[in-house]
Design a protein around this ligand. Structure first.
Ligand SMILES: Cc1ncc(COP(=O)(O)O)c(C=O)c1O
Length: 361
């Protein structure tokens, strides 16, 4: 299978095959995940679920216990929660809903999966360029003026790392038939939850928030996300989809994570300290390198822009077994742009040193 310009990072199996190494020999800064290993207590919970033979039964179609755990976490009603097979599955149903409302606005550059999902339903969409203004420390005003029926927002934005202020998004809500806000990365951002739209949903039935456990807990393989929205809307989505989108292990893991408060709280604090410290460190050090400009970010990834194409630099990095995210799949970005996901200090140093070597040759 060819992988010319990938829509997603984290293609370790493909890259390992291409580069002649094992996937675990690659330093993956192309997918934006927390680099700490999965917590032992979560592994124990999954093993316990297997021992209890959860795979021997169909999962509860209503996901009641999981919905209640998520609802308690956000202090909302369980009827407002719909778990999904990762945020990606829920994006597909959000797009079907959007296709019935009219024209969708996709801020660009933005996450390519929204277009993928809209195309599934032949939905009308249009890209709208975001201003190239970055602030790492303060939430920014969400800039779009209403021109369409549906607005797709990513907060913090992928790939720029811009954090939008809750108040500025709130003021957009009356102007759209439907607003879909993807908060997949929000819980990783220090003080990010202050900008969450979840508390606005009860009074705004045209708003849906999509969240993911993938990024925060580094669990891309478990496939678990959820939508929060108007119960009638979510009931419609539930009736569109297949009967068991989440498997029994994802359910067990989700319940564990959303109810096991003390270890999870200290995990989240650790993640916030890491984003703050390593984000500043890597930005400062990338800023010293010739031929590139790093942009500040509130999230666990940041963009760099080259004076000229960075394609061959990216390939040289791959030969050194370091994967960065080629940004050509993002509308409005070209081969001068790469996205780098934060790692632990040793690996961040390795990335900066390797980039420095590649750029100075
Ligand atoms: C902004 C954004 N939303 C959602 C997703 C998908 O998350 P999940 O693994 O929960 O499907 C991604 C994955 O890269 C993402 O970048």
């Amino acid at each position: 299978m060819s992988e010319a310009i990938s829509l997603h990072g984290g293609n370790l199996i493909y890259e390992g095959r291409r580069l002649g190494c094992r996937p675990d020999q690659l330093l993956d800064a192309s997918a934006s995940l927390v680099p700490f290993p999965m917590s032992k207590s979560l592994s124990r919970c999954l093993v316990k679920a297997l021992r209890e033979d959860v795979l021997h039964h169909y999962p509860d179609r209503d996901y009641l216990e999981l919905r209640q755990a998520i609802a308690k976490w956000h202090q909302i009603d369980a009827a407002m929660v719909l778990p999904g097979n990762g945020a990606a599955e829920l994006i597909t149903w959000a797009a079907r809903d959007a296709s019935f409302q009219g024209l969708s606005s996709l801020p660009s550059p933005g996450f390519a999966d929204y277009e993928r999902a809209l195309r599934c339903w032949q939905a009308a969409f249009r890209y709208e360029s975001l201003p190239r203004v970055w602030s790492a420390t303060r939430p920014q005003l969400f800039p779009l003026t209403p021109k369409s029926d549906v607005l797709w927002i990513t907060n913090p934005h992928n790939p720029t790392g811009q954090l939008w202020s809750r108040e500025s998004i709130k003021s957009c809500l009356p102007n759209y038939k439907l607003v879909i806000c993807d908060e997949a990365f929000l819980p990783l951002v220090p003080c990010g939850e202050d900008e969450s739209l979840v508390s606005l949903i009860a009074n705004n039935s045209n708003l849906v928030v999509i969240r993911s456990l993938t990024k925060l807990f580094s669990l891309p393989g478990l496939r678990i996300g959820y939508a929060i929205g108007d119960p009638e809307r979510l009931e419609r989505w539930k009736n569109w989809r297949d009967p068991w989108p989440l498997n029994a292990l994802a359910i067990a893991g989700g319940i564990y994570l959303m109810t096991n408060t003390p270890p999870v709280e200290s995990w989240i604090q650790r993640v916030h300290r890491w984003v703050e410290k390593e984000g500043q460190w890597i930005y400062r050090n990338l800023d010293q390198l010739p031929g590139i400009t790093p942009y500040p970010s509130a999230a666990n990834f940041l963009l760099i822009e080259g004076d000229v194409s960075l394609l061959s630099i990216n390939e040289q990095m791959a030969q050194k077994r370091i994967l960065l995210r080629d940004c050509r799949s993002f509308v409005d970005l070209d081969e001068r742009w790469l996205r780098i996901s934060l790692q632990g200090r040793l690996d961040n140093r390795r990335i900066v040193n390797a980039l420095g070597t590649c750029l100075s040759h």
